[in-house]
Design a protein around this ligand. Structure first.
Ligand SMILES: [Zn+2]
Length: 373
């Protein structure tokens, strides 16, 4: 049975419904596992928040399962190929069989370490919900959602989110152990006593100044570049491309940002506010959107500003290093914001492989320079 619609419209509707249902179905199954094994799979920091809002969390899961069923059914009814819609409906069924919105924990014992499967599923859901329509509405370059390399980027996204606690520990413990001597409690008390909004801006400035030079070193020191080249290897920019980074690149950047925050002693609410804000902003500046932010682009990093950082066009090489405050590049002479947009993206001398493991191994291997473009 197929719906009586114009064929082009029917196929378009069916594909969109099928893909959305498939993605939503995967997220529903992830959420079920989080409900069943919370002490293993839900990040320790967030568990209490979910328990506090359990009714809401269960309601969202229920709605997502129903939406997966409905969209899967639409896809099955509109397309000749029943694969996408069928798989999505099957995923919704699996989510229901795992307990649906009533699933209860099978584990009771808290552990020192937990995976952040909740963080992965929730971030993918929220970012997809915001950025996929945004890139449809304000698309810069015509490209598909499932463009080349999306699976590799999703693997980077998965590892950096599921391993969030391990990454944080790997960054915070060495700093806390080796720099404890440099902490001045009375000074930190003054810093933390300031209004939260003021601390937020102070963190932005301090972390950005450090990050600017670390980022510049990643570009200009040859062995460091081989790690950072992974992040620059995307030849199409979009919100998911922001997560393509070598793990050591991620660790060094977080470490460099955490040192001044730890030494100055900002309050936890200012730090959390900053983290939420910059992680969202970091995704936004990679998005395939044509937002230019006239005048303000000289104050903070915009998609245009960061797209120029990712270009392989000669004029943009080694420009625009700032994470958030674009005027830092203007101060140090590396800002590049012409009237036009870059035409292509990627690395120029080396081209890392497209597989996740290949990208992890890449900086440790010897490579010949390959001409590009
Ligand atoms: Zn870079």
């Amino acid at each position: 049975m197929e719906l009586p619609l114009n064929p082009a419209l029917r196929i378009n509707l069916g594909k969109r419904a099928g893909v959305t249902a498939g993605l939503l179905g995967v997220l529903c199954v992830c959420a079920e596992f989080c409900f069943l094994f919370p002490h293993l799979l839900v990040s320790n920091d967030s568990r209490a928040i979910y328990v506090e809002h359990l009714g809401l969390v269960r309601g969202i899961l229920q709605a997502a399962i129903v939406a997966t069923f409905a969209l899967g059914a639409v896809s099955v009814l509109t397309l000749r190929s029943k694969a996408h819609g069928g798989i999505a409906m099957l995923l919704a069924l699996v989510a229901m069989l795992l307990g649906g919105s009533e699933a209860e924990p099978l584990t009771q014992q808290p552990r020192a370490m937990s995976a952040g499967l909740d963080y992965f599923a929730l971030e993918l859901f929220v970012l997809g919900l915001v950025f996929i329509p945004m890139e449809r509405l304000w698309g810069l370059h015509p490209q598909r959602i499932f463009r080349e390399g999306w699976q590799t980027d999703l693997k980077h996204f998965f590892i950096s989110h599921v391993g969030v606690q391990l990454i944080s520990f790997a960054v915070m413990i060495p700093v806390q152990v080796f720099l404890a001597w440099a902490v001045r409690m009375d000074f930190q008390a003054h810093v933390a006593a300031q209004p939260v909004w003021l601390q937020f801006f102070e963190i932005l400035v301090v972390v950005d100044l450090v990050s600017y030079w670390v980022h510049r070193a990643f570009h200009q020191v040859p062995w460091m570049w081989k790690f950072h080249a992974i992040h620059h290897s995307s030849q199409q920019m979009d919100w998911l491309a922001s997560s393509r980074s070598h793990l050591l690149d991620v660790l060094v950047n977080r470490f460099a940002g955490f040192v001044p925050v730890f030494l100055l002693g900002f309050s936890p609410s200012a730090i959390y506010g900053y983290l939420v804000f910059v992680s969202f902003h970091a995704v936004y500046i990679h998005a395939n959107v044509n937002h230019r932010w006239p005048y303000l682009r000289w104050v903070f990093a915009t998609p245009e500003f960061h797209h120029w950082h990712h270009t392989s066009d000669e004029e943009g090489i080694d420009k625009n290093f700032a994470v958030f405050l674009s005027f830092i590049d203007a101060i140090f002479g590396t800002a590049h914001l012409p009237a036009h947009w870059p035409s292509r993206y990627g690395t120029t001398k080396f081209q890392p492989p497209e597989t996740y493991l290949g990208q992890l191994a890449y900086p440790f291997q010897r490579h010949e320079e390959t001409p590009y473009g």
